[in-house]
Design a binder for this molecule. Structure first.
Ligand SMILES: *Cc1c(COP(=O)(O)O)cnc(C)c1O
Length: 395
């Protein structure tokens, strides 16, 4: 059905684009395994839908921050390896081990908790050891590595843990900074081997390094933002052969004329320079639209670029539009630029932030935002095309 009257605000997730992107990413690092990173509900796209589509397209792994996210993926029936790497506490380690969630471990306390969990559920904990190489977030520092590896080896010999991987994360600071981080990482791997550990999977690269630093691919690449068709540097995704997977659309709720010299939206921060036709678009910062994207942001109504005028409010915003625009016309807030829609990255740039920030803070569906994931083949009409045409949204 079309974007119906009941569905006033809608996120359309094109799983075909996700699968296309996974195919591109795998070809970019052909010798490495591919992890689809679906933390934060799949960067706002839906973790289980994106996870399943990615696995179908060849991803060997799923990656999340929290154990709760990993267990939700298991609940939805995904049985591939899942790595969870950020643990505010270790309370759910037993559940994680019981559900074969691989634990990224950054402290001796976590390593001990993994061994205890293994004893409790009578199943070895599969562990990837995180090494600090410059970001100063989590991971073992150089001076703690020997202790960590010795303890890990001891636990492995008792059958409590299996050290399957060793990993780190890059700062994308500069060529030389990433080189230094990679050198530190390789030293850590040597130290692990000296402690008679055999981590089969060494991994440090996320999307940016995956595309721009082939020397960081190692055994596995953790692909996040690229999977969603957003370039890691907010460049044009087409330059990386990626397709944006997400379209946000709604309908015009009112149109009017604003006379020259009159104010638009709160504080009259914007004054009509001449008589303007405007449309009221019922999405605002409560729907994840960055308030600071105005001035500068625009939406597409029937393929026409319509600038946001005045302050973006909690539930709505005003755009300048052609006289032909009518109440009920479909509006694409962001989507695939090849279909004439602004990209997530354009919104991000207007708001002084990055594409990651725009998509990750979209509200979870279930409130006033509807989210539909479907396969839209780009051969022929794209998702955005069909949504704008009003006949492409399946239920
Ligand atoms: C989020 C995250 C990723 C994915 O990063 P992208 O830049 O989105 O590809 C990879 N690894 C870790 C540890 C992360 O936290």
């Amino acid at each position: 059905m079309s974007l119906g009257k009941q569905m006033s605000r809608m996120l359309q997730v094109n799983l075909d684009a996700v699968q296309h992107n996974m195919t591109v990413l795998r070809a970019t690092a052909p010798a490495a395994q591919a992890m689809a990173v679906v933390k934060a509900d799949g960067y706002g796209h839906g973790a289980s839908d994106v996870g399943r589509a990615s696995v179908e397209a060849g991803a060997e792994w799923l990656g999340v921050a929290d154990i709760s996210e990993a267990l939700a993926l298991r609940d939805s029936g995904l049985d591939v390896p899942i790595l969870a790497w950020l643990h505010p506490d270790t309370r759910r380690f037993s559940e994680a081990v019981a559900h074969s969630v691989t634990l990224g471990v950054s402290t001796l306390g976590q390593l001990e908790a993994a061994a205890r969990a293994a004893q409790e559920v009578r199943h070895p904990a599969v562990v990837h050891i995180k090494v600090e190489t410059g970001l100063h977030r989590n991971g073992f520092d150089d001076d703690r590595l020997a202790d960590a590896f010795n303890l890990a080896r001891h636990m492995e010999s008792r059958g409590l843990v299996r050290i399957e991987g060793i990993f780190s994360h890059l700062a994308n600071a500069s060529e030389s900074a990433d080189r230094a981080a990679l050198d530190r990482f390789h030293s850590a791997v040597s130290l692990a081997r000296a402690a008679r550990l055999e981590p089969r999977l060494r991994h440090v690269a996320a999307t940016a390094a995956g595309f721009f630093r082939p020397d960081t691919h190692l055994d596995l690449v953790r692909w996040g933002i690229g999977l969603y068709g957003v370039a890691p540097d907010d460049g044009d995704p087409r330059d990386l052969s990626l397709r944006p997977a997400l379209t946000m659309c709604t309908r015009v709720v009112a149109t009017r004329t604003v006379r020259a010299g009159e104010g638009i939206s709160y504080n009259y921060a914007d004054i009509a320079e001449s008589d303007l036709r405007t449309a009221l678009v019922p999405v605002g910062y409560a729907d994840g639209i960055p308030r600071l994207a105005s001035p500068g942001a625009w939406v597409s109504i029937g393929g026409v670029r319509c600038s946001v005028r005045g302050r973006i409010a909690m539930d709505q915003m005003v755009v300048e539009c052609p006289p032909s625009v009518r109440e009920g016309d479909q509006v694409t807030i962001f989507g695939d630029p090849t279909m004439g829609a602004p990209s997530v990255s354009e919104w991000a740039k207007s708001a002084g932030t990055i594409g990651y920030d725009v998509i990750a803070r979209l509200p979870r569906p279930g409130g006033r935002l509807t989210r539909r994931a479907a396969h839209y083949n780009h051969v022929g009409a794209s998702a955005a095309d069909r949504i704008i045409a009003g006949h492409g949204v399946s239920t």
